[in-house]
Design a protein around this ligand. Sequence first.
Ligand SMILES: *Cc1c(COP(=O)(O)O)cnc(C)c1O
Length: 346
Amino acid sequence: MNTPRIEINLSKIQKNSEYLVQKLKKKGISTIGVTKAVCGDPAIALAIISGGVTGLADSRIENVTRMREAGIISDITMIRTPMKGQIQLIVDSCDFSYNTEISVIEALAYNALKKGKIHNIVLMVEMGDLREGIMPNDLEEYFKRIVQIPGINIAGIGTNFACLNKTAPNQKSMSLFSKIIDRLKSKYEANIKIISGGNSASLSWVFSNNNLNQINELRLGESILLGSDPISGNPVQGLYTDAFTLISEVIESKKKPEFRKTSSAKTNSTYFKENDQVILAIGNQDTDANSLVFPNGFTFVGATSDHLVLNTSNLKVKIGAECRMKMNYNSLMKIMNSPTVEKKYL
Ligand SMILES: *Cc1c(COP(=O)(O)O)cnc(C)c1O
């Protein structure tokens, strides 16, 4: 079999999706599956859908197009505020888009009306991640202006946590978020259907709280795909953490002196340590090599664009042997985007 390749266990992804969908349903929360880490891979998207999610979401229109061309007809939400050149495509192929800028919403409206459509948007509110979002104090002003725009329906209000800054949602931020929405709803008699409370980083807050206020949706990528919590990296109980395995080939195996950055005369003359070292044929061009998880007995030394160097306690590694590795979110998303890594579905 060819290397490097990534083995993708679709049934584990489906089971993760189903487990989270069912568990959240009991809390009155619907689940959106986020496909950006796998570049909108249609087979994976279908596995997530068969777990029972109410829709998919992605941050790149190219990924959405890929899924639409593969025949996926589920609702798809664009979760990054649209770029100017992609407005028409987003109106055509996405059922919802996340927005924070009036000029972009006006452009969406113009393009929607041209097609005789109403485009659904979710307004994002900044609740502490300091990435995208309208500041909470400005939301009402935005809301008042946007409800006037023909061609646009404010379908929801959303917030996001722990993407840029590793701040988890807590009772304080979540009840503030709900309070803001309460106010809009009562003051403007607004029918805001979707209250989207965050991503995989919100799961522990949701599972450990009985009062979820207004929240009725989460958007999940990492937990469905990797079974892990984005903040701690720890496994989420009940989920498979091994749906993806990266396989690379050993192309060199030799004893090498240990690398020293500072060659002081003393260390050079007295002691020269040797290590058993192997090289795998993969590198930083394909993935975030530093964050791969190696088998027992292998430790990461370094990586360049196409070589990954490991120390090993076991020199009986044969040339051509396969090394199986687990990935975190960063290494997975780059592997999925690498055209030279074969995708093998199990
Ligand atoms: C990436 C992203 C998600 C999914 O995050 P995970 O940590 O993978 O669950 C949800 N919402 C937004 C806005 C995102 O950008």
